[in-house]
Design a protein around this ligand. Sequence first.
Ligand SMILES: Cc1cc2nc3c(=O)[nH]c(=O)nc-3n(C[C@H](O)[C@H](O)[C@H](O)COP(=O)(O)OP(=O)(O)OC[C@H]3O[C@@H](n4cnc5c(N)ncnc54)[C@H](O)[C@@H]3O)c2cc1C
Length: 388
Amino acid sequence: MIGHPDGRGVAASERPAIAVIGGGIIGLAIGWRLAAAGCRVDVFDAGRAGQGATRAAAGMLAADAEAEPGEQALLPLNRLSRSLWPAFAAELEAASGLTVDLRWDGTVQIALSADDTARLRHHHAFARSLGLEQHWLTGAEALRREPHLRPGLGGALFSPGDGQVDNRKVAAALVVALRRAGGRLHEDRAVEEVVVERGRATGVRVAGTLHRADRVVLAAGAWSRRIPGIPPEALPPVRPVKGQMLALRMDPAAPLLRGVVWTPTAYLVPRADGRLIVGATVEERGFDDRLTAGGVYALLDGVWRALPGVEDLPIDEMWTGLRPGSRDDAPVLGPCPVDGLVLATGHHRNGILLAPVTADAVAGFVLTGDLDAAARPFTLDRFRECAA
Ligand SMILES: Cc1cc2nc3c(=O)[nH]c(=O)nc-3n(C[C@H](O)[C@H](O)[C@H](O)COP(=O)(O)OP(=O)(O)OC[C@H]3O[C@@H](n4cnc5c(N)ncnc54)[C@H](O)[C@@H]3O)c2cc1C
């Protein structure tokens, strides 16, 4: 145990020093929790905080709609984190004085063709076998929820427990909350090396200077394998998975869509300010983060097929992001073979959803040396067991 339950009244030099690599939602949330617990926290980002995958995301908290065959192990973590979001958002809003637009409208997955309907029915059966709350809607019922959807839908699946949050607002709020809790954020300060001495991480090198720390948290998203100094056996199996996205501008007083809708080829996320986020491609392109004609075309085609009224909407923005995908699409959390180096990466397509549970589990591990039971299936060890 290195932490003081409450750092107030403890001399700064006696408080544990934590270096966090990466100022995305994961590094910021962990840094905020640790600073609030009395640690001396320094978060380093190679660019501006929150501008990586965290900025690119759609902010869906879609634990139920996301449930996929083969990912059953991840479902309890996703659902636990979703249940933590209301308190996390309230605490963050109070700590920062900023809003994050958390909404619980559910997710509607729609079928446009007979094949889509068969696929959705199969998905429904799978979800029911897991005990998830999902309701089948006829095409007419789906249209009553969202009247601007294309008529003649084959049906829809409604997950009432899902929600959304404005991920960009979350990042902005975390920056303020981290600083108010006494944490320091160093932007445009890439970590050049994790310094490991006699098998233990003792700090990070930034701009040629050694910054000593009792614990180093690796939260560099898709770039987590690119930080020099980490021995191969401690590197998480994380790679960039590119996503292209765009936003259309609706009239906020008369939006075409009120809640999150998944079409067979795109998802549509309406924001309170009238933006309609349309996402996302899933591409293995390494660190190539350029927009492409094919990617943007696929998104526009996907939204237009489901919501013909978008035809005249202005395009507000187009962008790409790199999801930190792991080998099994689940995060990599907690200890690794290097003492003092703590992993918090690999959140792939659910890093916004998983931020509260990750922050609690990783901060808890840093403070007590004990990894919460919910996070234990997600340590680096699981990949070594596979290899054995
Ligand atoms: C298109 C798209 C849509 C998505 N939609 C959703 C969604 O709806 N719901 C959901 O839950 N998740 C979603 N995700 C996933 C989610 O965005 C990510 O899982 C999450 O943002 C990962 O957060 P992170 O902090 O680990 O990574 P990032 O936000 O990428 O942050 C990593 C940070 O590390 C920094 N860094 C890199 N190298 C260094 C270095 N050497 N030194 C210091 N800093 C460094 C980077 O500059 C970056 O800021 C989506 C992702 C994408 C790309």
